[in-house]
Design a protein around this ligand. Structure first.
Ligand code: IPM
Ligand code: MN
Length: 352
């Protein structure tokens, strides 16, 4: 099979972790007789420096022409402390999500047998956790009307959802639940927010089409608590953009390191695969960042975008082997030897 993949390394540790995912993907392709054509595009601060904007048209064209997009990370501290900056790397990410129609962000949380005790949460709480947060990604407060009063002392951001936006996300949620534990939790704040009441009403009306799925409706504040209390009681959770942003960071703690969790964003035009961690600028260029979230994102890409399940499984198997054998970066090494980012990538590619 010929795979056309757009490669957006982005900022910070992005290029380093992407390099490892490319090594591993090429090794899988060689093993299973596929050919990958990678096309690189600029995003984030790197793109602002080169061409003045964080998601240039040239990058958009590369993404539209590809079968899938593999993405590193975006963000640079020099913008974070400057609230007056006119262009920000994150705008590139939001523009890209909107332009590619990436409306559904799939963020799994699971545990690795060999890393259970790396989590700050107790073993008995997290053992068996295997949940997916399905986050709406192109609507809500991230994309609503916003502004400031003339004197600059009042600011507003608005949250808007349409029934269609909720329906397409919820549909994916129901379908995903059908392939797994058949449990769906709709996370909202319907006791306060009108958009949440629309979510609840829309999902309730869909229940009859999926009689096998058990649906629960829970308020986001309660879910924030239960996620760390009883994460293994959840299967698929669906939620709006901002709630999903917050809950997925929280959920990543369960697995023991932010450097481990992959994600997929499914869209109208294409799909994109990226680690859930950010650009980790403190580690940029040091060859110390954990590449596994990006490598596992590549596995999700093989499976979801190309239907190559065995290839994806081969990646997951070698990742688990590296964890069991202690071929890990400093975030997981504890008192043992910490391997470099590139060494982990080499080891994975060689041991596939
Ligand atoms: C994420 C990130 C982004 C978001 C930022 C960088 C705009 O936190 O992908 O979760 O808030 O969506
Ligand atoms: Mn986030």
């Amino acid at each position: 099979m010929k795979l056309n993949i757009a490669l957006l390394a982005g900022d910070g540790i992005g290029p380093e972790v992407i390099d490892q995912a490319v090594k591993v993907s090429n090794a899988v392709a060689a093993k299973f007789g596929h050919e990958i054509a990678w096309t690189s595009g600029l995003t984030g601060a790197a793109a602002i420096d080169a061409v003045g904007e964080p998601y240039p048209d040239s990058t958009h064209e590369i993404c539209m022409a590809a079968d899938a997009v593999l993405f590193g990370a975006i963000g640079h501290p020099r913008f974070d402390n400057d609230p007056t900056a006119k262009v920000r790397p994150e705008q590139g990410l939001l523009k890209m999500r909107k332009a590619l129609g990436l409306y559904a962000n799939v963020r799994p949380t699971f545990t690795f047998p060999s890393l259970i005790d790396n989590s700050p949460l107790k073993r008995e709480r997290i053992e068996g956790t295997d949940l997916i947060i399905l986050r709406e990604l192109t609507g809500g407060i991230y994309f609503g009307a916003r502004g400031r009063s003339e004197d600059g002392n009042t600011a507003y951001d608005t949250c808007t959802y349409t029934k269609d936006e909720v329906t397409r996300l919820a549909k994916l949620g129901f379908e995903l639940a059908m392939t797994r534990g058949k449990k769906l939790c709709c996370v909202d704040k319907a006791n306060v927010l009108e958009t949440s009441r629309l979510w609840r009403q829309t999902v309730q009306a869909m229940e009859k089409d999926y009689p096998e799925v058990t649906v629960s409706y829970e308020f986001v504040d309660a879910v924030a608590m239960r996620l760390v209390q009883w994460p293994n009681s959840y299967d698929v959770l669906i939620t709006e953009n901002l709630f999903g942003d917050i809950l997925t960071d929280e959920a990543s703690v369960i697995s023991g390191s932010m450097g481990l969790m992959p994600s997929a964003s499914k869209g109208v035009h294409t799909s994109l695969y990226e680690p859930i961690h950010g650009s980790y600028p403190q580690a940029a260029g040091k060859d110390i960042a954990n590449p596994l979230a990006t490598v596992l994102s590549a596995a999700m890409m093989f499976e979801d975008a190309f239907g190559l399940t065995e290839e994806a499984e081969a990646i997951r198997v070698v990742v688990n082997k590296s964890l069991a054998d202690g071929i890990v970066t400093e975030d997981l090494a504890g008192k043992n030897k910490a391997y470099k980012t590139s060494e982990v990538g080499d080891w994975l590619a060689e041991n596939l």
